[in-house]
Write a protein that binds this ligand. Structure first.
Ligand code: CAA
Length: 259
């Protein structure tokens, strides 16, 4: 548990909350490093089957990279900051467990890039999203130029980045950025329900599925299909598969152990 990241684990779901409310949970290097360390721990914790990430307070998920910190950076410090940001976003994207972003308010710049590093996004219908960096004289530097276009395509990404415009949660849902819109009051409950649904399934299979879907996304169909074929048989080396098949035959719910 650190200064800027709070983790609560219950029923196999860890909720990671960024707790820098007075700066709308803006990401400075310390927050990024704490987040990275949290995801390294959660990745290795066998009790944890899914992760929800959210922001403290009712105003912001994350309002971006820390502008005050960036205002003092030299060119080489900015390069190191981008490196830290990318390492953290990659730790989330490559986490072997599903990660759901629960976007509870402003989700801007590095905040939107953080949400895009998660497997999918649930959001409050009051949330606002955007990549406003060019309005500050820089551009999205924690993966946004690449991850957003993989979700919405090049044209919408360019319009959003070049205009620095904020869009409503409804617009983001219409574009396929948000999987589910919730009221602010039910957001964490809805994300938790989805996590519980995932937790009840075979954890090794879910983890392998994440890897194959993510790794195949940037490949040709043929290469992606090879990736899928390559990992499929690994499931047959798990107790989970025996349990899942036995439970089906015995007409009962499976009790997976994650091994
Ligand atoms: N960094 C540092 N501090 C921030 C911040 C950020 N990204 N966003 C908000 N804050 C701080 C404000 O400075 C303010 O602090 P004080 O109370 O000490 O003055 C506090 O959070 C509350 O913010 P506001 O008073 O501005 O709240 P508001 O309701 O008037 O506006 C907002 C909300 C529209 C989100 C506005 O805060 C805003 O525009 N924030 C910046 C958004 C942005 O440009 N993000 C991109 C950052 S660059 C980036 O992310 C680069 C990258 O890709 C790596």
């Amino acid at each position: 548990m650190g200064e800027f990241v709070h983790i609560e684990t219950k029923d196999h779901t860890s909720t990671v909350t960024i707790t820098r409310e007075k700066a709308l949970n803006a990401l400075n290097a310390d927050v990024l490093k704490e987040l990275h360390a949290a995801f390294t721990d959660l990745s290795h914790n066998p009790e944890v089957r899914s992760i929800i990430i959210t922001g403290a307070g009712d105003k912001a998920f994350v309002a971006g990279a820390d502008i005050a910190a960036m205002s003092k950076m030299s060119v080489s410090e900015a390069a190191a900051f981008a490196e830290t940001g990318h390492q953290t976003m990659n730790a989330i994207a490559n986490c072997p467990k599903p990660v759901i972003a629960a976007v509870n308010g402003f989700c801007l710049g590095g905040g939107m890039e953080l949400a895009l590093s998660c497997d999918f996004i649930y959001a409050s219908d009051k949330a606002k999203m955007g990549l406003p960096e060019v309005g500050l004289g820089l551009y999205p530097g924690f993966g946004g130029t690449q991850r957003l276009s993989r979700v919405v395509g090049l044209a919408k990404t360019k319009e959003l980045v070049f205009s620095a415009r904020m869009i409503s949660a409804q617009q983001a849902a219409d574009w396929g950025i948000i999987n589910k819109l919730c009221t602010p009051e039910t957001l964490l409950e809805e994300a938790g329900k989805c996590a519980a649904e995932i937790n009840s399934k075979g954890p090794v299979a879910v983890s392998l599925a994440k890897k194959v879907i993510s790794n195949g996304a940037d490949e040709s169909l043929d290469v992606g299909l090879e990736l899928e074929k390559g990992s499929f048989a690994q499931c047959f080396d798990t107790d989970d598969l025996k349990e899942g098949l036995a439970a089906f035959m015995e007409k009962r719910a499976a009790a997976f152990q994650g091994k």
